[in-house]
Write a protein of this length. Structure first.
Length: 389
């Protein structure tokens, strides 16, 4: 998954919002007959354990073990120090459910309009075929972050922009050097030819690699029989656009057909329009090579993700590392899916309090579940009792 990014044009709007001067009470009198706008609901609302349907039926011991592992990072934060210390003292015969109830309290995640229902999608770790050399059929390059990609951290000047980064490149003008947006996916095509000697790897299927970029990481089975993992290292700063939505808008697919499987089938049937399709998403991801070890790729905390227990969240509303109770349904089904998850990742498309991406694991079966998952959900984040939002 990826860090949030900001285009140069969007930056001007954000900075303007950050520097707006408040109006005085007399500068804007109330308008007769017009009700003032209601303030946005707080994203965290006090809740009770009884609101968590089927809470008592989950495998709390498993999640407590995973939570303790997260404390290697989480325990360095003041909010979690006491809770992590308490987790280490839980005896083998103790009730994990009772521990959660004694040390944490649930907060209902709530949208600005007060609604507590949101969307949960799925992601996974694809397995694709590749080679360290360019040769048939391995003709699609995988790149590390290019040396001319400039990344600007915005929180040094604007702390409220903590989770935003600006990406661009320098060009020479008659007035000196200028920072401009980095190459979009379409513009990068010519760059791939010029930079091909710097490719990390070559893979055999541009569509599979495109979906790997969306997932943020994946495993590559090399032609010599070895396996490696490639993980998100950076991206070009352009916003993510759904190619499924584009196909729907073009009348090429119906909404129920625009799953990962449906998009792949369309691409196979229209090879002459493949690049047109891919270019509708200007976002481009760059990778780093990692060992193919652990239960999953590293998430935003730097810890391996756990299949069907890790989710990606919006860290503006859900603290990374926190346990989250998910009340949703299985992919493309009305069957209840309720379980305790850990907020261990982020994603460019994950925005808002009641929004999550469910990590299904690695391989084709996980991909099938992830590709079909677009379910309504409710979420409760479990925070230490001393937390005051």
């Amino acid at each position: 998954m990826t860090h949030r990014n900001l285009s140069l044009s969007a930056l001007l709007l954000v900075l303007a919002a950050c520097t707006t001067i408040p109006l005085t009470p007399t500068s804007c009198p109330p308008c007769p007959g017009v009700e003032p706008a209601k303030p946005a609901a707080k994203p965290l609302q006090p809740a009770d354990w009884s609101e968590l349907a089927s809470w008592e039926n989950d495998d709390h011991a498993l999640v407590l073990t995973l939570f303790r592992e997260s404390c290697s990072t989480l325990g360095k934060r003041a909010l979690w120090q006491m809770t992590c210390a308490a987790a280490e003292k839980v005896g083998a015969g103790s009730s994990a459910m009772a521990w959660f109830e004694a040390n944490l309290r649930p907060w209902a995640l709530t949208n600005p309009d007060g609604d507590r229902e949101g969307l949960v999608t799925g992601y996974y770790e694809p397995l694709i075929q590749g080679s360290r050399e360019k040769k048939l059929p391995y003709l699609t390059p995988v790149f590390a972050p290019p040396t001319d990609l400039i990344v600007v951290e915005l929180d040094a000047l604007y702390p409220e922009l903590k989770h935003l980064r600006l990406r661009g490149r320098l060009i020479e003008t008659d007035r000196g050097r200028k920072l401009v947006p980095y190459f979009s996916r379409a513009d990068w095509a010519a760059e791939e030819v010029l930079r091909s000697t710097h490719a990390l790897l070559w893979v055999n299927d541009p569509v599979d690699f495109f979906f790997l970029q969306i997932q943020g990481s994946g495993q590559v089975l090399l032609d010599d029989g070895s396996k490696i993992r490639i993980g998100y290292a950076d991206q070009n700063g352009h916003p993510y656009r759904s190619i499924g939505r584009w196909l729907i808008d073009q009348g090429e697919l119906q909404s129920h057909e625009a799953s990962m499987q449906g998009i792949k089938a369309w691409a196979a049937a229209h090879p002459q329009r493949l690049q047109e399709l891919l270019n509708t998403n200007p976002s481009l991801v760059f990778f780093r090579e990692l060992p193919a070890t652990g239960s999953g790729p590293p998430g935003a905390l730097g810890l391996p993700l756990t299949p069907e227990r890790s989710i990606a969240v919006d860290p503006r509303h859900v603290p990374l590392g926190a346990p989250v109770w998910l009340d949703s349904t299985w992919p493309n089904s009305a069957e209840s899916l309720t379980r305790l998850m850990l907020a261990q990742d982020t994603g460019g498309a994950i925005r808002g309090p009641v929004r999550a991406d469910f990590y299904w694991g690695s391989g084709a079966d996980a991909g099938s579940q992830a590709g079909r998952m677009k379910q309504r959900s409710r979420m409760w984040v479990l925070l230490p009792r001393q937390h005051e939002p």
